[in-house]
Design a protein around this ligand. Structure first.
Ligand code: E4P
Length: 217
């Protein structure tokens, strides 16, 4: 399973990359706004900065809604760097744009996916990635992991090449469940990635070994 970090924060991306476990980055307009990035030029430079840190795909989300505008913006984003994957919302215009990008050889991530039907349209349009939002489904008393599992099974059964990128991850438990149901990629905040390391027996064992190490010195 590939591991993406879900942030536009350059320091956090560098920290995850330096651990040697990072396969890519996802961003969205809210995450970009959180970093105070404003205006087309600054946004484009920020994507280039991210691409220069990470060794993997970087999802850059379009802000446009209309088909023609999505195409124009997506082409501009894709031209910034070969690591850029154009992130497009799962709407009628978005699906049409994903099909056009696919015909042009531009890679896409179909985002804001909350149902198997949406995932089917994303795959048929030729999306490189589909992003089911696990946490936001859980928030409305639905089951995000179950959706990831159903998409994985259907894609494998029919041989769709679209990779299942589990998004809106809120916990270590979500990451482990995505691993168990066969997600191709999980994108999560740095806090959840770091929390994978936590185990009281590791801490206790380390304290014992450190004490013994002092006696050996
Ligand atoms: C990433 O691709 C998504 O935009 C992100 O995971 C959404 O996460 P949130 O539901 O925590 O905003």
């Amino acid at each position: 399973m590939k591991f993406f970090i879900d942030t536009a924060n350059l320091e956090q991306i560098s920290q995850a990359e330096s651990m040697g476990i990072l396969d890519g980055v996802t961003t969205n307009p809210s995450l970009m706004a959180k970093e105070g990035v404003k205006g087309n030029k600054a946004i484009e430079q920020h994507y280039i900065d991210i691409c220069n840190i990470v060794d993997g795909d970087v999802s850059a989300e379009v802000l446009a809604d209309d088909y023609e505008d999505i195409i124009e913006e997506g082409k501009r984003l894709a031209a910034l760097h070969k690591k850029i994957v154009v992130k497009v919302p799962c709407t009628a215009n978005g699906i049409r744009a994903i099909k056009s990008f696919s015909d042009m050889g531009i890679r896409t991530n179909c985002t804001l996916v909350f149902s198997l039907g949406q995932a089917l349209l994303a795959a048929k349009a030729g999306a490189s990635y589909v992003s089911p939002f696990v946490g936001r489904l859980d928030d409305v008393s639905s089951n995000g992991i179950e959706l990831v599992s159903r998409i994985v099974n259907v894609y494998r059964y029919y041989g769709y090449q679209t990779q299942v990128l589990a998004a809106s991850i809120r916990s270590v438990q979500h990451i482990i469940q995505c691993l168990e149901v066969g997600a191709d990629v999980v994108t999560s905040p740095l806090s959840s990635i770091m929390a994978l390391l936590d185990h009281p027996l590791t801490e206790k064992g380390l304290a014992i070994f450190n004490k013994a190490a002092k006696e050996l010195a």
